[in-house]
Design a protein around this ligand. Sequence first.
Ligand code: CA
Length: 373
Amino acid sequence: MHVLFRAAAAAGLSLTLAAPALANSPQSFITSEHKFLLTPVAKGLEHPWGLDWLPDGRIIVTERAGRIRIVETDGTLGAPLGNVPDIVTEFRDGLLDVSVSPNFGEDNTVFFAYSQKEGDLRWMELASARLAGDRLEDVTVIFSSGVKTENLEGFGSRIRFDADGNLLVSVGDHAEVAKVQDTSNTLGTIVRLHPNGTPVANNPGGELHPAIYAYGFKNPHGLALAEDSALWAADHGGAGGDELNRVEMGANYGWPTRTFGGGDAPGAGQASAGAFTEPVFTWGVWPVVALSGLEVYTGDDFPNWRGDLFSGSLSQSRLIRFLLSDEGNVIGTETVLDFEIGRVRDVRQGPDGRLYLLNDELEGGVFRIDPAE
Ligand SMILES: [Ca+2]
């Protein structure tokens, strides 16, 4: 896989900017290949983290503080669902992604990932529950990272269903970097599970924990499946070194032994590639991008974007487009949004073929990218 290293082109300025005021009406934008409108869909979400769609077109969305809400098709934001487990956020922990069962019409089931807390210890869990009106029923923990930490970050997590109906779930390193290359645990991995939480039988196995699909990640905040079934992951680096990875079953993505960040990232850039799978794209040490959310655009409205990847940037408050060649190499990047909605937490394509965004702000919301005349 060809690797692009972008030179640091930073001006060296460090700016502290207030959160932008959000418009109530669509704003128009012009990018290199398409004009678009950015349409506010729902407001009033506090640090929203993940979203998915129910079959009737309503959106289910999480807030990091432990709330799950439904956005009606007219944008009305529902009250927090009842019977959601107590989830605490103190820093970057809390309630993370949510995903709707591909068989929701039969099982009414949703899945959500979060950090669990007991005393001063935290760990990542994945639960399933039945959505019954305005509350959850039969909340069941189906997966646990099983490694408890006093750290307040590094819990992942994105949830996707593959074409076989299995769960692909990213598990962060819990900031326990020394434990990531110990594959008897699931820190810094993507796990593949049946919807009941049991590992898929043809996972790599061997010396790897039976749930592991791929490993050696830091904290993947983006997972996306392409039309050719390729799995992509956006991973954080340590002090820069953010990565876009094409995920192959059983591969080791290097954290923390081989990374591209700077600062005090352990082993940063020291190990040779060796047995590690290289990122398809990294910025290197600078800028710190902090990717979150990832989607392959397959809609009809923006033909020149088809097949390209879109990810949010937290620290740069951007929506980034990765231009992909037919061979799956990144041949360029484009800043699609630049601070207009603040920190971009998630990017998803809706059932209408439009891209939807969440912004990680105290007064956050759901946004949609619509075609402009
Ligand atoms: Ca890596």
